[in-house]
Write a protein that binds this ligand. Sequence first.
Ligand code: KIV
Ligand code: NA
Length: 262
Amino acid sequence: SKKITTSSLMKMKQEGKKITALTAYDYPSAAMLDRAGIDVILVGDSVGMAVQGWDTTLPVTMDEMIYHTKLVTRACTRSMVVGDMPFMSYQSSLDKAVENAGRFLKEAGATAVKLEGGAAVCPAISAMVNSGIPVQAHIGLTPQSVHQMGGFKVQRDEERLLKDAREVEAAGAFSVVLEGIPSSIAKKITQALTIPTIGIGAGPSCDGQILVFHDMLGINDGFIPKFVKKYVDIAALAAQGLNEYIKEVQEGSFPSQAHEYK
Ligand code: KIV
Ligand code: NA
């Protein structure tokens, strides 16, 4: 089937078809998502928390993001791959922002990039779009600003959120992620914009939904935010298999004849 593009996402919004998105950081997970028919795969800087073991996304580097994005694009035949711009890769100057955004397309084979922020990052969005780089915006609870927000907190300033949404659309973003905002505000934003909104902790009215792969499959145990639904408990299934392996090796029943060379 044909590769999803920014225009297919726009068409889906116009036709009222929900957009499905998930994160992936490596080849096998991306292959599963592509095969399952997920529309958009975000190589999120959430890799810092889901895979690297940090408690924020701030330490993730450009080189790490390029590495993970390469692993993901190699697996994708239909899903659109979006590379997430890490903290301090687009904030300090427009030149640096465009250069770093370009690496996701040029070196890693991504179709688009995502960055966090509203009105404040519109010059960076425009500069990227003017260079031929599709940009997804991300407003509301923006994890790279965790210290400024005083924690991972739901954002409720309706006037500011609507203004940020309108401005990133005007700056040329092809889509916007709405994270950690009340459903009623996400609904208003979704109705006010032409570009598709992708929600995470933003209720059912968004044009699409995204979750972190490791959260929705229950790969990491520990804290899970209210907005996550755990569709499978992989950690529990893995523990079962691991315990069985340990037991069988210890008692000598693995390997059995079926697994040995004669
Ligand atoms: O890094 C990430 O996974 C994200 C999504 C949760 C939107 O930014
Ligand atoms: Na992110």
